[in-house]
Write a protein that binds this ligand. Structure first.
Ligand code: IMP
Length: 190
């Protein structure tokens, strides 16, 4: 069975491929000759995942899944949410994004936040959504240098380490992406 993972990110692709049963032939966007970045124009995280999975299904007639992730901060009405990658304007400038987040949280008592990963699966007769959520809080200073994005300021509930102070294995055991991914894998393994 051929299945596309709608990503250009080689690290994400290798990680997921290693988790899937051998009978699934996993293809990346590059493998199917899709060189463009599929635009994320939806106004929700779930919507963007659906949009990317549908794009591949409609243009390449292949089964596909796609993911999208956002950080939702309670006292900022769910911001940065769907804008997590470009919160400070420039896409994927993590330092600027963190700086803006810490500034917007100055003086706020409630620093609770959660990461949400949505994975949309679009197969011939099935369209399914898997959600992985990790609750935690935004700490006041950066700690740790593993991971990426908001990891140095996100401390998951029940832990005294940020994601950036954890190993990738630890993070994926308790983290949003790991949770959503395990649901997808369990579904595909049936
Ligand atoms: P993407 O949908 O996986 O590309 O994630 C969108 C943005 O959310 C990224 O650019 C990061 O800023 C942030 N993000 C996603 N996943 C994580 C994570 O696991 N840790 C920290 N930040 C993340």
């Amino acid at each position: 069975m051929k299945l596309v993972f709608a990503t250009h990110n080689k690290n994400k692709f290798t990680e997921v491929k290693a988790m899937l049963p051998n009978r699934i032939e996993l293809l990346s966007l590059d493998d199917i000759g899709c060189n463009e970045d599929i635009e994320e124009t939806a106004d929700t995280i779930e919507g963007n995942a659906i949009l990317k999975a549908n794009y591949v299904r409609n243009n390449y007639n292949l089964s596909c899944f796609a993911d999208d992730t956002g950080l939702e901060v309670q006292s900022l009405n769910g911001e940065p949410g769907v804008f997590s990658a470009r919160y400070a304007g420039v896409s994927h400038d993590s330092n600027a994004n963190i700086e803006k987040l810490l500034k917007n949280l100055e003086g706020k008592k409630d620093r609770s936040a959660r990461f949400k990963t949505a994975i949309a699966l679009n197969m011939e007769h099935e369209e399914i959504m898997f959600l992985g959520i990790c609750e935690g809080e935004i700490i006041k200073e950066l700690r740790g240098d593993s991971g990426f994005g908001y990891d140095p300021v996100f401390q998951p509930k029940g832990f005294d380490k940020t994601f950036a102070e954890m190993t990738l294995t630890q993070k994926s055991e308790i983290g949003h992406r790991g949770k959503a991914m395990r649901q997808l894998i369990e579904y595909l393994s049936k």
